[in-house]
Structure formats: structure tokens, C-alpha cells
Design a protein around this ligand. Structure first.
Ligand code: TYM
Length: 333
């Protein structure tokens, strides 16, 4: 029986952080043997923030090495660079004709970006979910493992896929769904600055590439408060965030231990942070060592990218040909 298809990608805009790892890459690794997986580096998407060519290249190389260091096997899953598969941009152009200004403008990620960078509200930002749709449906994906922050984008992708099928009265595309294991909620890894999610641009992230000293420094500086003043009090956001991180990287009895201390108003945040830092380090250190050694092997990285591009293009061109026929291109001659 054919395995269901999985597609997901990451923008090469900086070192991968714990949000990228636990929200996405850890699932990429777990899914690779049971699904037909396509994992890519979204270099076209990253052009919305105008990186220099040098930064873009370094970012792509970094994410490629990080994918491999995290355990994605390029012989099993297809790892590729988005811009190596031009079929994606052709499908993007076609899908753009059925994506409407109003719905694109209402997307939260567009509104957030427009607020954050008012001098650079480019058309690529507006049609960002359309390019995501092309990425995903060009391989006829069934599942998309992503973190909670991509939920709305994925909703748009589903809408565009359904709209295409409806418009041309053909079930060309399966309707992709977000994927988590065991029906878990989509993950939102918090940052260390007291509120919101961990993000590359938020300056609140711990990256897989940080060395133990940096990790300890960042965790020790995380926002806390004066501590609970009554038993079993609800945790304020900054404290809950530290517990959420602890939940992700530490053993259940460690979490229970600090939870108990919090509920008895005996918690010392310094101790919690020390433990959290060490548990993060034991997760990231082996990955970091692998990243360093893979980054030295340009020939291997080039081989992986080439092999992935070939496999991804084969799959993408099959769908694109079908789409072109359905749309009415190629039909006269
Ligand atoms: P990007 O590069 O911002 O993030 C990559 C992946 O990491 C997840 N993630 C998080 N998960 C949990 N908690 C966090 N704090 C956190 N921060 C990031 C994201 O949800 C994502 O899964 N638009 C996408 C890239 C993309 C894509 C696609 C993804 C382009 N085309 C097609 C899936 C399918 C993005 O900017 O992700």
C-alpha cells in the first residue's frame, strides 16, 4: 500500500531553535519511515525579508546540516531546497489567480508582519500562504507537521486546494491536514522573555547551535517574578512558560518536583532554571556536535541537495503536468 505523503519546510533565516525542533523537526524525524516525506528549506519564502545572497546561502547550508544532524535520513526522506524545484513557483502563479486580496489581507501572519515591518509590506508577504499551498499540494500531501503558529496558514492552504478542486471539478489535490502524534495539540514552544512564542526574530530563542555556556546564560536571564504568595496559585504566563519548557525537555518527575514546590510556595526559580538549562543542554549537545561536523562536509551537503532536488522535481512535475491539463494549458496541441 502507498504510504501517505508528508510535506513540511523551514525558512533559512537563522539557526534552528527549540520551537522549530520540538514544533516541527522532531516530528519530521519520527515520521520519515512510515510516510512518504518531503522536507525542504523554504529559501524563496525567506526572500520576503531581503537577505543578502551571502546570508541566504549560509542559512540554507545551516538548515540542511541541521536537518541531517537532527536525524532526517536523506536516503529515506526527500530533503531539498525550495528554489531547486521551479515547478513550485509555476503552480504558485496558477494558484495566485484564485487567491483573493481580502482573504490574504485578513491572514494574521500577514497582519503581524505588516505591523512589524511597515516599510516592507511586499506582495510576497501577502501571497505567502499561496506559495505554501504550492509547496504542499504539488506533492499531493496528506499531512503537514508544523507548529501552532502555522495553523492559520495551513487553513488557507486547505482552502486553496479545495477551491481548485471545486473550480475544475476534479479531485486533483488531497486536502492536507496538520499532523501531530496521537492527536496531540499543535505545539507552541514559548520564549524566555515572559510572553509569546519562541521565534528567530523575537530574540528570545535558544538555538540547537548554542553552546552550553550560552544556553545557561539565556535560561538564567529568563523572565520570572517574586514567586507565588498563596498555595496552588495559578501560574502567571512567564512562569507557565518555564514550566512548559521543562515539560518539553525534562523527565516527568522533574516537572512534578518543581510543580510541587511551586504549589507549596517553596519554589526557587534559580534552581528551576539551572535544571532547565542542563536538560536543554543534554538534548541539544549531541545535535550541536553533529551540526558542526556535517557543516565541514560541503561535498556531502551538495550530494544530499542534488539527490533531493531530483526526487522532488520528479514528484512535482507529475502534479504540475496534471494541473496544466486540468487548467487547459497543453490541451490544443
Ligand atoms: P518557520 O521557518 O517560521 O518555522 C519552521 C517550523 O517551526 C515551527 N515553529 C514552532 N513550533 C512551535 N513553537 C514555536 N515557538 C515555533 N516556532 C516555529 C513552525 O510552526 C514551522 O513548522 N511558513 C513556514 C515555512 C513553510 C512551510 C511550507 C511549512 C513554507 N512552506 C509548507 C510547512 C509547509 C515558516 O515560516 O516556518
Amino acid at each position: 500500500m502507498n504510504k501517505p505523503t508528508v510535506v513540511s519546510g523551514i525558512r533559512p533565516t537563522g539557526y534552528l531553535h527549540l520551537g522549530n525542533y520540538f514544533g516541527a523537526v522532531k516530528n519530521f524525524v519520527k515520521m520519515q519511515y512510515d510516510f512518504n516525506c518531503f522536507y525542504f528549506i523554504a529559501d524563496i519564502h525567506s526572500l520576503t525579508t531581503h537577505p543578502t545572497p551571502g546570508n541566504l546561502q549560509a542559512g540554507v547550508k545551516q538548515v540542511l546540516a541541521e536537518y541531517l544532524a537532527c536525524g532526517i535520513d536523506p536516503e529515506v526522506a526527500t530533503i531539498f531546497i525550495q528554489s531547486d524545484v521551479p515547478e513550485v513557483t509555476e503552480l504558485y502563479t496558477i494558484l495566485n489567480m484564485n487567491a483573493y486580496l481580502g482573504e490574504l489581507e485578513r491572514t494574521t501572519s500577514f497582519k503581524d508582519k505588516a505591523r512589524q515591518q511597515p516599510d516592507n509590506v511586499n506582495a510576497g508577504l501577502l501571497t505567502y500562504p499561496v506559495l505554501m499551498a504550492a509547496d504542499i499540494i504539488i506533492h499531493k500531501a496528506h499531512f503537514v507537521p508544523v507548529g501552532k503558529d502555522q495553523e492559520q496558514n495551513l487553513e488557507m492552504v486547505r482552502k486553496f486546494a479545495k477551491r481548485f478542486n471545486r473550480m475544475y471539478k476534479k479531485n486533483v489535490f488531497p486536502i492536507p491536514r496538520p499532523f501531530t502524534f496521537d492527536g496531540a495539540d499543535m505545539l507552541k514552544v514559548p520564549g524566555l522573555d515572559g510572553s509569546g512564542k519562541m521565534g528567530k526574530s523575537e530574540g528570545n530563542a535558544i538555538s540547537l547551535f548554542d553552546d552550553p555556556k550560552e544556553i545557561r546564560k539565556k535560561v538564567m536571564r529568563a523572565v520570572t517574578d517574586a514567586g507565588p504568595t498563596e498555595m496552588n496559585a495559578e501560574k502567571p504566563e512567564a512562569i507557565q512558560n518555564l514550566f512548559t519548557l521543562l515539560d518539553i525537555v525534562s523527565k516527568p518527575d522533574t516537572v512534578a518536583h518543581f510543580d510541587g514546590l511551586y504549589n507549596k510556595c517553596e519554589i526557587r526559580y534559580g534552581d528551576l532554571k539551572k535544571q532547565l538549562a542542563e536538560d536543554i543542554i543534554s538534548y541539544t549537545s549531541p545535535i550541536r556536535e553533529k551540526i558542526v561536523s556535517i557543516l565541514e562536509d560541503d561535498a556531502y551537503l551538495a550530494k544530499v541537495a542534488k539527490m533531493g532536488a531530483e526526487k522532488a522535481r520528479e514528484s512535482a512535475s507529475k502534479t504540475l503536468n496534471e494541473v496544466k491539463k486540468v487548467v487547459g494549458f497543453n490541451s490544443l496541441f
